[in-house]
Design a protein around this ligand. Structure first.
Ligand code: PLP
Length: 464
């Protein structure tokens, strides 16, 4: 072959359907099939960079190492250096526990090269995603006109909602010809998620943290003085519907009751906890969410979808669209129509149709299966809380409201928890990290994997 012919062959090799391609696709699908159907994937754990460098070597070279070697390297070296977040005894942070349907369908989303940013390019996918968002909005008591978009995670969801909220406040003041505040403020609980502070830094606004009531629940009474002090500069109040550390749901109804008097945008951060509304056991805790101007919930947490997805829903989607639509000559054909383009509702443009794994799973199993799975987590959490309470030398830090139980072992120092946690992982028994509250060390179980059992949790307590 002449040099230019060789180059042309090289250029198409990665895209054409050849024996090499077929083998590679089979290899990857077979690996995926095994991983999805495996019931004994170990917990695994991190390795130091030097160790990974030694084991993996240089993988990026001019002529490639080939699919077989690359996949073997992934299976034998790289994957075991990643903690198995859907393991039933992964109980740290907020775990993930995607359904088999959701995980499997994630492969389909990748295979289909769907552009999820615009109706023009992805109408079928956007339609299905919007059905899921509508269903969620209905569960949260929002009007049928509510809508939004699946973004990457709760951090981006909170940021996008707050940007829309500030835009709305600016426009309101402009309409009446009032002066804009020198500094915008958002009020939230002192126990709100760190992503609210992160959004505030990005937006160059101020967070007014309010100390919640005893037990960690923010109420209207807690919020009122901050609203009185800061007046029109407060454009939003964030209520947390399931704090990450404790699963505490703020008293949304009493906060919402202040809206008329003070005229703020109510954002509900339910990244973890809002899924609890699916269960009749705790639905009452979320009274008032129906008054929210925006909400978020992460399907990659308690809605059993794979990473990464956050459902961002606006009561009035127009407010989101006005704040976020990007304008450019090459985009005019998309933005000068009334069609629903998901890109317009958050701080992003190109997007994966990341709501589709949840759509496929919900369509497959039905909403009732989701209610049952959420209820099961709540029941198991209560069972293990009662067990902890009854054990000498153990103490609940707070009564669990959702599916997080935080507890102390009498006399344990930070180092005791850290040693114990490291030992559990080294023995591949469980992933339970140390935590703390009000300066006191503790640990917590975040329980949302339906495959987690009471016996497994008792087994972990027995190691303390
Ligand atoms: C997890 C969480 C977030 C952040 O979500 P990411 O998807 O990790 O960005 C925000 N708020 C709460 C209450 C959370 O639990």
């Amino acid at each position: 072959m002449r040099a230019d012919e060789e180059q042309a062959a090289g250029a198409t090799r990665m895209h054409e359907v050849s024996d090499e391609t077929i083998n590679l696709v089979d290899l990857v699908l077979e690996y995926s099939r095994q991983r999805i159907l495996s019931t004994d994937t170990p917990l695994d754990g991190p390795l130091p960079e030097a160790e990974l460098a030694r084991l993996a070597g240089e993988t990026i070279v001019e002529d490639g190492i080939g699919a077989h070697r690359a996949l073997t390297l992934f299976a034998d070296v790289l994957a075991p250096a990643c903690i198995t977040t859907d393991h039933p005894q992964y109980l740290s942070f907020i775990p993930t526990a995607p359904t088999k349907a959701a995980t499997a369908f994630d492969l389909v989303v990748s295979a289909s090269a769907v552009y999820g940013g615009s109706w023009l390019e992805g109408s079928g996918a956007v339609f299905a995603e919007n059905q899921v968002l509508s269903w969620l909005a209905g569960e949260f008591g929002l009007p049928s006109t509510a809508g939004g978009v699946f973004v990457q995670g709760g951090t981006l969801g909170n940021l996008s909602a707050l940007v829309a909220a500030r835009d709305h406040a600016r426009a309101e003041l402009e309409t009446v010809g009032a002066v804009q505040p020198a500094r915008w403020r958002v009020v939230c609980s002192a126990e709100a998620h760190s992503s609210i502070a992160s959004a505030a830094r990005v937006m160059d606004i101020e967070v007014v943290p309010v100390v919640p009531s005893e037990g960690g629940m923010l109420t209207g009474e807690n919020v009122r003085p901050a609203l009185e002090e800061h007046g029109d500069s407060v454009f939003a109040v964030v209520a947390t519907a399931g704090s990450t550390n404790f699963g505490i749901v703020d008293d949304v109804a009493s906060i919402a009751a202040l809206k008329e008097e003070f005229g703020f945008w109510l954002h509900v951060d339910g990244a973890y906890g809002l899924a609890g509304m699916l269960s009749p056991l705790v639905r009452h805790r979320f009274a008032g969410v129906e008054h929210a101007d925006s909400v978020i919930v992460d399907p990659h947490k308690w809605l059993f979808a794979p990473f990464d997805a956050c459902a961002l829903i606006y009561r009035d989607p127009e407010a989101g669209r006005r704040a976020h639509t990007q304008h450019a000559e090459y985009l005019d054909t998309l933005t000068e129509t009334a069609e629903w383009s998901p890109s317009d509702y958050a701080a992003h443009l190109t997007r994966r149709a990341r709501g589709l794994p949840l759509w496929f799973s919900l369509a497959t199993y039905g909403a009732a299966a989701y209610r049952d799975a959420v209820t099961a987590s709540l029941r198991l959490t209560q069972d293990i809380a009662r067990e902890i309470e009854s054990r000498a030398g153990f103490r609940l830090v707070r009564e669990p409201q959702l599916s997080v139980v935080v507890f102390e072992r009498d006399g344990w120092s930070r180092a005791d928890y850290a040693d114990w946690s490291a030992r559990l992982l080294a023995e591949q028994r469980a992933f339970v990290t140390p935590s703390s509250h009000a300066g006191r060390p503790n640990t917590r179980f975040a329980i949302l994997n339906p495959m987690t059992t009471f016996e497994q949790l008792v087994g972990i307590l027995d190691t303390m």
